[in-house]
Design a protein around this ligand. Structure first.
Ligand code: SF4
Length: 356
């Protein structure tokens, strides 16, 4: 397992989304500006969602110019978007170093969710996933993670303000731990995006040490654990990266998370036809969910070009769900949204990136 893996983020400019009120106050103090200027700047950025320093009209022209010269506000360029009929929009963003990542806007009746990435590519290499095919190229910085959520919030286009953020795009958030936690704090902070912790979900393949660390951060975010298989043997086949982590260790770490945050873990389980969707798998999954005291999200697989995995029929997915519920597990079958717009993670990026 690669919990200690260190991947550089590349050279980053001074990005405003990396700043807290304290760090910004200290930087502006060097310009001879009073502390409250930092609050004004952050208010423009997060409340009013301006795209440039020239829009911060209660600051002097000279200060606006100085900010412009010293900071990057929005770094990424949108290079592609695809829309599905159900309103899901997937964006491909290009960062200053030319790398690209995806973020998604998912509208629902009374909410709008941003699904954001934490790395370029993904180190986990799940055998059924597009992002996993190419491995990880680099970590995203905290500012680049926040910027995706701000980008989606900005693009809401009258469709309702952003209410939820899920770290479920490309990458393993807990393998980019410091940047992920810093971004979580900014997205949650009242001076930042002000999204309630309970409306933020971090999805992980399951790194026990990092899950315990996250439990100590005093952030009450929802943890979604991508289990995908109810036994170690099958899980190691589907997720080779998880080779040295047993389900028993994950159960332990999840219990620690639950005990210190009071937040129930969600088990994510991608249903793959004839691989992990049989009644025996459902019965084994009941055992894991009970030990973890978790609820279960079943996800119908989005087929990926070039991979042999198939999506189960609605009937067999329904039977799997039924079996979990009969055993008292709080389980849901997630409708796969945006399938028509390269909905599976990494597909848009793969399609838009020419082969080497
Ligand atoms: S399914 Fe998630 S964790 Fe697995 S390779 Fe794809 S992006 Fe990474």
């Amino acid at each position: 397992m690669m919990e200690a893996e260190r991947i550089t983020t590349g050279t980053q400019p001074d990005h405003l989304f990396d700043h807290t009120p304290e760090t910004l106050r200290s930087t502006l103090a060097d310009y001879g500006e009073p502390g409250y200027r930092a609050d004004q700047v952050l208010e423009w950025v997060y409340r009013h969602q301006v795209r440039g320093f020239d829009e911060m009209t209660n600051l002097s022209k000279a200060l606006r110019q100085r900010l412009e010269d010293s900071f990057v506000l929005y770094e990424a360029e949108e290079v592609h978007q695809s829309r599905s009929p159900d309103g899901v929009v997937k964006y491909l963003l290009r960062w200053a170093d030319g790398e690209t990542t995806e973020c998604v806007s998912i509208p629902a009746d009374d909410r709008r969710t941003a699904c954001i990435s934490t790395q370029v590519g993904c180190p986990v290499q799940c055998s059924f996933c597009a992002s996993g095919k190419e491995g990880v190229r680099r970590n995203l910085s905290s500012s680049q993670i926040v910027e995706q959520a701000m980008f989606v919030a900005h693009r809401a286009e009258g469709a309702g303000r952003l209410t939820n953020v899920v770290f479920m795009g490309m990458g393993e958030p807990l393998a980019n731990y410091a940047a992920t936690v810093s971004a979580l704090r900014t997205i949650n902070a009242s001076w930042g995006m002000d999204i309630g912790a309970r409306k933020i979900t971090v999805s992980t393949i399951g790194l026990p040490t990092q899950i315990r660390r996250l439990a100590e951060e005093r952030l009450q975010v929802t943890l979604a654990l991508s289990l995908h298989a109810p036994t170690d043997e099958l899980r190691r086949r589907l997720i080779p990266w998880a080779e040295s982590v047993s389900i028993a260790e994950l159960v332990e770490a999840a219990r620690v998370y639950f005990d210190s945050t009071g937040r129930e873990i969600t088990l994510e389980y991608v249903l793959l036809a004839d691989v992990n969707d049989q009644p025996e798998h459902a019965r084994q999954l009941v055992g894991v969910a009970r030990r973890m005291r978790s609820n279960v999200n079943l996800i119908l697989y989005n087929p990926v070009d070039g991979l042999d995995y198939r999506r189960p029929s609605d009937r067999s997915a329904g039977a799997f769900l039924q079996l979990l519920r009969e055993k008292g597990i709080n389980a849901h079958l997630r409708t796969s949204r945006g399938l028509e717009v390269d909905g599976a993670c990494g597909q848009l990026r793969r399609r838009m990136t020419p082969p080497p």
